[in-house]
Write a protein that binds this ligand. Structure first.
Ligand code: GRF
Length: 213
């Protein structure tokens, strides 16, 4: 029996992925609780969404901290104070450091709006359009020390259509993000995600075991 999953969700903006997680918890599709929603932007709409759902919120201004590590140290304190066991970066526009990663080993997840390893970093949808790919999508992955490089947990694809703009492609991808993120979190809640070290020092592998009956 695994302990109940307590999520800490980090947002910087609109928080539609956070909303998808809130809705999945409310409907019972995701058997977890959201311990706290934290933002580096005090006015982030994601914080309003959390407040509306009765979830504790914390705004921490990264500019008030001397270094990325100092900021991440403050984030870790907040997450620990709320009993968080798994951290979700849901549109959190900060590069995170080992200070946060080491506090939650293999338990920091990110959602990214492309089929990684294509188009990491910012403006992923515009990068996809500029390149001319015909399929794009989203990726949920564990966070490691790199930029969108961690082991991939799940991906979903969408077509890129003639006439797409970064906005229309973003909206099509977001529909998939909102399905995929709660689904992957339920895998974690069920203890189905295993991270297997590569004996030859290559990338760790992810194994998702069968769903409990
Ligand atoms: C999403 O596209 C996510 O993949 C990326 O940032 C965006 C956040 O959107 N990391 P929202 O704040 O969840 O609406």
């Amino acid at each position: 029996m695994t302990s109940p999953l307590v999520l800490g969700v980090l947002v910087s903006g609109s928080g539609t992925n956070l909303q998808a997680v809130i809705d999945a918890v409310a409907s019972g599709r995701l058997r977890a609780t959201i311990g706290v929603v934290l933002s580096n932007v005090a006015t982030a709409k994601g914080l309003d969404r959390a407040r509306a759902a009765g979830i504790p919120t914390v705004a921490l201004d990264h500019k008030a901290h001397a270094s990325r590590e100092a900021f991440d140290g403050a984030v870790v304190e907040v997450l620990r104070a709320h009993g968080v066991s798994c951290v979700v970066l849901a549109g959190f526009m900060r590069i995170i450091t080992a200070t946060l990663l080491d506090a939650f080993p293999q338990r920091v997840l990110n959602i990214h709006p492309s089929l990684l390893p294509a188009f990491p970093g910012v403006r992923a949808q515009a990068q996809a359009l500029d390149y001319g790919v015909r399929i794009s999508g989203c990726t949920v992955h564990l966070v490691d020390g790199g930029m969108d490089t961690g082991p991939i947990l799940a991906q979903a694809a969408v077509p890129v259509l003639d006439g797409d703009t970064a906005d229309t492609l973003r909206d099509r991808i977001l529909v998939k993000e909102h399905e995929l993120l709660p689904e992957v979190l339920q895998w974690i809640a069920d203890g189905r995600v295993e991270v297997l070290a590569d004996e030859r020092g290559g990338r760790p592998r992810i194994r998702i075991s069968d769903a409990p009956r």
